[in-house]
Design a protein around this ligand. Structure first.
Ligand code: AMP
Ligand code: MG
Length: 525
């Protein structure tokens, strides 16, 4: 069982370990990780798995369906070659330095080098307490595991850089959670997701050592990361560190542009939730834009300041990158070159954003002189009535542009995007149509087929709508897992029109407008 897997545990082999082997909450000094075993659970049962991920890892489907698989990925059994550990990291939470955080509910099992030679770390989320669990229990509940599993796979298929998920296992145990921290705790089914990524290192992994002035371990971790995950940058040196920082800035800019493209709001962009590889990581109180609203945040914990709102994600990424720059400063000891690198971030983002917007509108390239205004006017129109972003862009490709008249109604295809009938006024119609005329002009020189094709591979038809995830969770909590698999299936091909699956592309129904889980999430998991 799982004997096809070859482990090569470089992180634990090369980096300093916590000498303490007992599992109790503590401050861990001078070490990148602590060895810790998952806590055994009562009755592990596989709910769903990603067949692409299993294949990439070289796990045959016959192994996936065995009880041994559920035992290993529920935390009951350690396969040969695994060397489980939790990482030490810190972070800024909501803009404030929070000191040591660490893998409080994540346990890395080991690193696989697959048939293609790619390094992939397997990590259980929700497999019990670690030295970094602080006051919490190290567990996860079905609701959050379903959200993480489905969303990370959906993001992958959307072409957004992300960590992946292999499996979701029910533990057969109940976990108490106060979902909105309002004094209403209840029991929920416990579960464990196995996440997969080339690396789970975060900005906070570096910050913690700098904050403790432990520059020796800082350098070891930076060198390790460059050698392992950025080998093309060459041997570690000051120049390499700067090139590395620059690459992280570029990758992060690229990731955020993808989020803006698909309407993803992370919800907790703390520096401990920023991957050093520029991958989307830690799916918690994230949400998907329904009506286009740059001020929207799904996270109730963030409702006051809306720090992590949709339209602010790039600025927050920049702020987080500045924190990373400060963390690696001791290795460079010169402010200017670091500043120069991070000051270029807005330019990287803008370039990525322009390419992304050009794709959304089906333009061969983005021309500032005409397109800045075209786009900003569109954004104003999209906000002047509740307009589903996904449906609007998807359907825009097929609007018959030659038939637009300024005094006509909004084209039927676009009407599907509007949430509130009363907001579809003659004034709105004329503004939309006026814009469509300008758009028609702008694209008149582009080949129509190429335009539609580009738009269809940029604007997904299917995203993990908040209410769909919640419906799948509601059913799963009653023991019916079918909708999870169905959603996973639809979301494997988000850019394809899937005739039988039209209902998954529809606007959020009205009952979900204010339902917890659909429009409001919290960090509780
Ligand atoms: P997050 O906001 O989910 O990224 O978590 C912030 C920190 O809290 C990380 O160090 C997590 O490991 C830790 N944490 C969150 N939930 C739990 C939990 N249920 N048990 C232990 N630690 C947790
Ligand atoms: Mg986190």
């Amino acid at each position: 069982m799982l004997d096809t897997l070859e482990f090569d545990n470089r992180f634990t082999r090369e980096l300093p370990a916590d000498p303490e082997s007992e599992n109790f909450r503590r401050q861990v000094m001078g070490a990148c990780y602590s060895r810790v075993l998952p806590t055994p659970v009562a009755r592990p049962e596989l709910v769903v798995h990603s067949r692409e991920m299993a294949e990439e890892l070289g796990i045959p489907e016959s192994d996936v369906s065995s009880q041994a698989f559920a035992e290993v990925f529920g935390g009951n059994r350690i396969a040969d070659g695994m060397d489980p550990f939790a990482m030490c990291y810190g972070g800024h939470q909501f803009g404030n330095w929070a000191a040591q955080l660490g893998d409080g509910r994540a346990i890395n099992l080991g690193e696989i080098v697959n048939a293609e030679g790619h390094r992939l770390v397997l990590q259980l989320k929700g497999a019990g307490p670690t030295p970094y669990s602080r006051t919490a229990d190290g567990l996860a509940v079905l609701r959050s595991s379903v959200r993480e599993f489905l969303c990370s796979e959906a993001m992958h298929h959307l072409g957004v850089p992300t960590t992946r998920a292999l499996s979701l296992v029910l533990t057969g145990e109940q976990v108490v959670r106060d979902m909105f921290y309002d004094g209403n705790p209840k029991e929920e089914p416990g579960s464990v997701v196995c996440r997969v990524s080339p690396s789970f290192i975060r900005f906070g992994n570096f910050q913690i050592f700098t904050s403790r002035e432990d520059f020796d371990v800082l350098r070891q971790l930076v060198d390790y990361t460059i050698e392992t995950d950025f080998p093309h940058l060459g041997a570690p040196s000051k120049d390499t560190y700067l090139a590395w920082y620059d690459e992280i800035c570029r990758r992060t800019a690229d990731m955020i542009a993808h989020w803006m493209r698909v309407g993803f709001v992370h919800g907790v962009m703390n520096t401990d939730n920023m991957s050093i590889l520029g991958l989307t990581i830690d799916y918690g109180p994230y949400g998907w834009l329904e009506n286009f609203d740059p001020d929207w945040t799904p996270n109730t914990t963030d409702a006051g300041g809306k720090r992590y709102r949709f339209g602010h994600q790039s600025q927050i990424a920049h702020w987080n990158l500045v924190q990373l720059g400060q963390a690696i400063y001791p290795l460079i000891e010169e402010v200017e070159p670091l500043q120069e690198v991070v000051n270029a971030y807005p330019r990287h983002f803008e370039a990525a954003w322009q390419t992304m917007m050009a794709g959304k509108l089906g333009l061969g390239s983005y021309v500032r002189k005409t397109d800045d205004e075209l786009v900003s006017d569109l954004h104003t129109i999209l906000q002047s009535a509740e307009t589903d972003m996904t449906i609007f862009y998807r359907n825009l490709a097929r609007v018959e542009l030659s038939e637009i008249t300024c005094d006509g109604p909004i084209p039927e295809l676009l009407r599907e995007a509007y949430y509130v009938e009363d907001q579809i006024t003659p004034d709105l119609a004329s503004r939309v149509n006026l814009w469509l005329r300008r758009y028609a002009d702008r694209v008149s020189s582009e080949g129509n087929e190429a335009r539609v094709e580009l738009m269809h591979r940029t604007n997904p038809k299917y995203v993990l709508r908040n209410y769909l995830a919640q419906l799948a969770i509601d059913k799963a909590e009653e023991g019916d897992h079918t909708m999870i698999s169905e959603l996973l299936e639809v979301l494997r091909r988000p850019y394809d029109d899937q005739a039988a699956m039209e209902s998954y592309a529809e606007r959020r129904p009205d009952w979900a407008r204010h339902r917890p889980g659909c429009s409001m999430l919290s960090c509780s998991s």
